[in-house]
Ligand binder design. Structure first.
Ligand code: CTP
Length: 207
């Protein structure tokens, strides 16, 4: 099967030398790419800036901003049988990117942000994707309700939820613990394990 996987953070430029981003390391998405390759699948990995080496024979597509990730996904998603959206996409970008480096002339600086496109949320209606769709949810509260809401709203077959309020798992850590909510109402609990182990279990559940 052909997999498309998004991974890592996005960067939203403020001026030529500064950006807004988040703490995503890309480890979970890269582990998923590795696990899918190990099972003999083809993988397109659409990745924000990370410090990780490319897993095996994955077809790596490097992007920076959410809008670049949107375009990269749009042009490739319909070649895939399975699309996994693991990237921590910036929900907002800077409205007017400064052409020159911003000088510290004032005591206050206001940045106006505008909403980025929801890439996962565009998969069904806008991109017309009919394959297996897997989303992730990084939550700090009401995990189950938020995850089930996202599963439904974004047209996913599976939604992998993890608790990012915990300091020992998730963002920028080597291990994770998660629950896979499926469209059919079933739940699969993945106990604390390395991101490689969690990735293998997610690929197995999708299979
Ligand atoms: N995602 C995406 N494009 C965005 C934002 C999120 O593709 N612009 C994907 C992520 O890769 C992940 C899922 O959507 O698979 C998580 O969405 P999230 O932003 O947490 O959910 P929202 O429904 O936007 O809700 P909120 O941010 O308000 O929690």
């Amino acid at each position: 099967m052909k997999f498309l996987i998004t991974a890592g953070p996005t960067r939203e430029a403020i001026d030529p030398v500064r950006y807004l981003s988040n703490r995503s390391s890309g480890k979970m998405g890269y582990a998923l790419a590795k696990a899918a390759l190990e099972e003999g699948h083809e993988v397109s990995l659409i990745s924000g800036p990370v410090s990780l080496s490319t897993p095996g024979s994955a077809n790596l597509v490097c992007i920076e901003s959410a809008r670049e990730m949107f375009d990269a996904v749009k042009t490739r998603i319909n070649e895939a049988d399975v699309a996994i959206f693991c990237a921590a996409v910036s929900d907002y970008r800077v409205a007017d990117i400064a052409a020159e480096k911003i000088k510290k002339n004032n005591d206050e600086l206001l940045l106006k942000l505008v909403k980025n496109p929801d890439i996962l949320g565009s998969a069904r209606q806008e991109f017309g994707f009919t394959g297996i769709l897997v989303g992730f949810a990084a939550e700090t509260e009401n995990i189950e309700a938020n995850a089930k809401g996202k599963l439904e709203r974004k047209g996913c077959d599976f939604l992998v939820a993890n608790d990012v309020s915990r300091s020992d798992i998730g963002f920028d850590h080597d291990s994770n613990e998660a629950v896979i909510y499926a469209k059919d109402g079933s739940e699969t609990r993945l106990k604390l394990a390395s991101k490689e182990d969690i990735a293998r279990q997610i690929i197995e559940r999708i299979r």
